[in-house]
Design a protein around this ligand. Structure first.
Ligand code: NAD
Length: 500
């Protein structure tokens, strides 16, 4: 059985370059503490220099030819081994994720199980890197397509799913024959270190996967600007995504950006209100609202609004907030002080823009004073154009928007810059499918929360929520490969007619 290596237990957070764990030479670090208990220090993580990113890109560039020529099914087997190691060590990894990011242990395990599915699914895709065979208009001619890797790809990831999001980029990138330089979030360096440790122990050759910790503006920017990086896959805020998209465009790099959301749930008169209320509270407050697909707007028709809001209120008040490592906790802390302060600012804005029904403040006393805890908050009578209804808060805050009918609900759901996920609760099949057609977003859930996704199903948003091919599933392979078209003529003669 594989065992956790020394590096995953060490107090420092080295970079991983050319198959070696190397301490950063920058001399600058960022301290990472448990967001549920600031007394609990995980340790310092390096803010690496541009030079250290350049070294990692060079290692990836050198490793590329041999990795490209390794048969795809052999590349896939390394992911299967990583899935096995992750499954064996899931409890240890879950405890670390909870300690560093704050989500509950149950949520951490959920993220890890999804990651194992991604590794297994993508390993299988290695045997399906198929092209097409196409007939020709000419006799004894045909055409076919093959998929080829891009080269060195740069991956830049956020803190809120620090295992699943990086792996849903790393796994397809590697299986397709690319080599990788990954710049994880500054807020989750220890979890990232563990992920790389697992992949390294699975037997990846030196230089195929490299990880460099550092600040977005420095290490991240160097990865974006480096001319040897042929493609960039970014997940994070819309603000950073648009910056990266513009910079990468100047060098004609292939880009994929998955960004924020402000995801609505529409509840109609004919809905199962018990189901809608329970699902909405889970989608809004699970992971402390720190999911790109978290529910943050409830759009409910007037006829049932009073009754439904009361049901939401009862469920929200019952939520147990605390340290995610403790059994029974349903809502953990914000990830750090900056995110916590942002939530507190929106609570004040919300008090001016809507009617506060519960929460609306930080939690104080006892263990709460050591962490970044906010009471789950519900605002009612929020206008569709209010800031708390338009801007991503990324915390345990839910706004109720009342509308007159179905048509207004669809308009309000789409009238926003974001377009990631949306849900509808109804028993009317016609209106469900009309909503599915008309709502502007990448993922629709019917009678289920806005959150969640499966390893083999494409994932991503529209408008300011997503650019480029969808991640996970078959579309991930589209992003990490170029299609080459081959025309074959086996007549052995000079062509008499041309093809147009
Ligand atoms: P962020 O945009 O602040 O940071 C994301 C990553 O970008 C980090 O690694 C950061 O260091 C890096 N970065 C920052 N500035 C950079 C720059 N100038 N150049 C290059 N890299 C730079 O986002 P975050 O706070 O880490 O994550 C939360 C956001 O991520 C939310 O908006 C959330 O909705 C979004 N998210 C989206 C998805 C999705 O699939 N759509 C999934 C998870 C999170």
């Amino acid at each position: 059985m594989a065992t956790v290596t020394q590096v995953s237990k060490a107090a420092t957070c080295p970079n991983y370059v050319n198959g070696q764990w190397v301490e950063s030479r920058s001399g600058r670090t960022l301290e990472r503490r448990n967001p549920a208990n600031r007394d609990d220090l995980l340790g310092p993580a390096p803010l690496s220099s541009r030079e250290e990113i350049r070294e990692a890109v060079e290692a990836a560039r050198r490793a590329f030819p041999a990795w490209r020529d390794t048969p795809a099914p052999v590349r896939g087997k390394q992911l299967l081994r990583a899935a096995q190691i992750m499954a064996e060590e899931k409890d240890e990894l879950a405890r670390l994720l909870t300690r560093e990011e704050g989500k509950t242990v149950g949520e951490s395990l959920g993220e890890i199980l999804r990651t194992i599915n991604i590794l297994e699914y993508t390993a299988g895709e290695a045997r399906r890197l198929t092209g097409e065979t196409l007939p020709s208009e000419l006799p004894k001619n045909f055409a076919y397509t093959i998929r080829q890797p891009l080269g060195v790809v740069g991956l830049i990831t956020p803190w809120n799913f620090p295992i699943a999001v990086p792996v849903w980029k790393i796994a397809p990138a590697l299986v397709c024959g690319n080599t990788v330089v990954w710049k994880p979030s500054e807020l989750t360096p220890f979890t990232s270190r563990y992920v790389v440790d697992i992949l390294a122990r699975a037997g990846l050759p030196a230089g195929v996967l490299n990880m460099v910790n550092g600040a977005g503006e420095e290490a991240g920017d160097e990865l974006v600007e480096h001319p040897a990086v042929r493609a960039l896959s970014f997940t994070g805020s819309c603000e950073v995504g648009s910056l990266i998209y513009a910079k990468a465009a100047r060098q004609m790099k292939k880009v994929q950006c998955e960004m924020g959301g402000k995801n609505p749930v529409v509840v109609l008169e004919d809905a199962d209100l018990e189901l809608a209320a329970t699902s909405t509270v889970m989608g809004a407050f699970g992971s402390t609202g720190q999911r790109c697909t978290a529910t943050s707007r409830i759009i409910v028709t007037e006829a049932i609004a009073d009754k439904f809001v009361q049901m939401l209120l009862e469920r929200t008040r019952q939520l147990k907030v605390g340290n995610g490592a403790e059994p029974g906790t349903q809502v953990g802390p914000s990830v750090d002080e900056a995110q916590f302060n942002k939530v507190q600012e929106y609570l004040e804005i919300g008090k001016r823009e809507g009617k506060l029904l519960c929460g609306g403040e930080r939690l104080r006393g006892g263990a709460y004073d050591k962490g970044y805890f906010t009471a789950p908050t519900l605002f009612d009578h929020v206008r569709p154009d209010a800031r708390i209804a338009q801007e991503e808060i990324f915390g345990p805050v839910l706004s109720v928007i009342r509308v007159k009918d179905f048509d207004e609900a669809v308009r309000v759901a789409s009238n926003i810059r974001y377009g990631l996920a949306a849900s509808i609760f109804s028993t009317d099949a016609n209106r469900i499918f009309q909503f599915t057609d008309r709502v502007e977003c990448g993922i629709v859930h019917i009678n289920s929360p806005t959150v969640g996704g499966e390893a083999h199903v494409p994932f991503g948003g529209t408008k300011a929520s997503g650019l480029g091919e969808r991640e996970t599933g078959s579309t991930a392979i589209d992003f990490y490969t170029e299609l080459k078209i081959v025309y074959v003529d086996y007549t052995g003669r000079k062509r008499e007619t041309n093809i147009y």
